[in-house]
Design a protein around this ligand. Structure first.
Ligand SMILES: [Zn+2]
Ligand SMILES: [Zn+2]
Ligand SMILES: [Zn+2]
Ligand SMILES: [Zn+2]
Ligand SMILES: [Zn+2]
Ligand SMILES: [Zn+2]
Ligand SMILES: [Zn+2]
Ligand SMILES: [Zn+2]
Length: 386
């Protein structure tokens, strides 16, 4: 028997909880009929294929029909078939060519590459002890990386391997996004300004930072044992207490994260401490530090914070990250009107006056390093409108 109301179910849905592929209505889940499928919306019960379900075979993503109907307004009917421009042949996607490679047992390892984003060759380094920042994702480096021996340029090995074109699940246009570098932009999802790499939509020029481009509708968050799935949720973020409309959520544990908190870097720096801060989820070990060591205001002990174990400093995430956590210091910016290239700096000991507003450069600034030129301005005072 099939319910009358079920006959009118759309065959194919584009679901914001599963961005990558359309999901289709089916009575047959996968090959193995004894396998139990957990509903990725409610997480609670097995999907019983007798009543049908929505299913993506590429990702083994299955949800109850009832869960789909419950949030009916989410859906964008698409019965016309799937328009999807396929990615070009492999060579156009390769981000680098190999200059030198060595055999390491079974594997061949590229130890020197020419990456499309940089004019010089980059060398592989597995010896991670220095404090480097990746030019692609603008996060600290603590795994193998490629570097330029002439410039302050570094790429995580994994960032160097990112394809030049990629379909992004979070964006509705169907053309693949292009990997772009060498400019500063504001990410359309996290809203951070960054001089890292972007995935740019070929249709509308909207840019996403690499951290946002790696988000998918259901993902594993380090420290939580179950998958989190993106869904409509009106409630509070477990990490910061802010109210949310959408969340990455585990219904089983009633655990919800806003996208800001999901993307908090696991390690971060602040000028108040010579060491890295580590993102910390529970305050059990540090019950005495109820205050933020940066702003000196109270911290809510239920929420996530950054901690330096060596100095025992604890601080609010917003205090550690400040306004521009994803602008890489030391990178060059050309300001129209100034004849020399300017460098992103964050002054630590003395704060020269900004030549635009006259106030001291406590915040992110651009400084001219050309001998004989002492030009310095706040980034805030000269940045373009994004
Ligand atoms: Zn990176
Ligand atoms: Zn270089
Ligand atoms: Zn972003
Ligand atoms: Zn949050
Ligand atoms: Zn869970
Ligand atoms: Zn604080
Ligand atoms: Zn200024
Ligand atoms: Zn100058």
């Amino acid at each position: 028997m099939v319910h009358r109301s079920c006959i009118s179910l759309p065959h194919i849905l584009k679901h914001p909880g599963h961005f990558e592929h359309p999901i289709s209505h089916t009575y047959f889940l996968g090959q193995d009929k004894f396998k139990l499928w957990e509903c990725r919306i409610c997480n609670l019960e097995d999907v019983n294929s007798n009543y049908g379900s929505y299913y993506c075979s590429d990702c083994e993503y299955a949800v109850h029909v009832i869960c789909a109907i419950e949030e009916y307004n989410w859906y964008d009917f698409d019965e016309s078939g799937i328009i999807d421009e396929s990615l070009e042949e492999n060579s156009a996607l390769q981000p680098y060519s190999i200059i030198k490679e060595i055999k390491d047992g079974e594997n061949v390892v590229a130890i020197e590459i020419k990456h499309f984003s940089h004019p010089h060759n980059l060398v592989l380094n597995n010896d991670v002890k220095d404090d480097k920042c990746c030019d692609a994702c603008v996060l600290p480096i603590s795994t193998s990386y490629h570097y330029c021996s002439q410039c302050n340029f570094f790429l995580h090995k994994s960032c160097a391997e990112l394809p030049r074109k990629k379909h992004l699940s979070l964006h509705s246009h169907t053309k693949p996004h292009q990997l772009t570098s060498n400019r500063i932009f504001r990410c359309a999802l996290c809203w951070n300004e960054t001089n890292g790499f972007a995935y740019t939509c070929a249709e509308c020029n909207i840019c996403y930072c690499l951290r946002c481009a790696s988000i998918s509708d259901s993902l594993k968050y380090e420290g939580h044992e179950h998958l989190l799935s993106y869904q409509k949720y009106e409630g509070l973020c477990n990490a910061c207490g802010q109210s949310l409309n959408y969340a990455f959520r585990c219904k089983r544990c009633n655990f919800s994260l806003g996208e800001d908190c999901l993307e908090l870097p696991l390690k971060a720096r602040h000028k108040s401490d010579v060491h890295h801060f580590t993102l910390t989820h529970h305050d059990n070990d540090y019950p005495k530090s109820h205050y933020c060591d940066i702003c000196e205001e109270k911290r809510n002990l239920n929420y996530w914070f950054y901690h330096c174990a060596i100095c025992d400093n604890s601080a609010h995430p917003k205090c550690v990250l400040e306004k521009y956590p994803f602008i890489k210091l030391g990178n060059i910016y050309t300001e129209e009107g100034h004849p020399h290239p300017l460098t992103f700096v964050q002054k630590v000991h003395y704060y020269p006056a900004c030549q635009r507003c006259g106030k001291p450069c406590l915040d992110m600034a651009l400084e001219c390093k050309t001998i004989g030129c002492s030009y310095i301005v706040h980034w805030e005072c000269i940045k373009p409108r994004f």
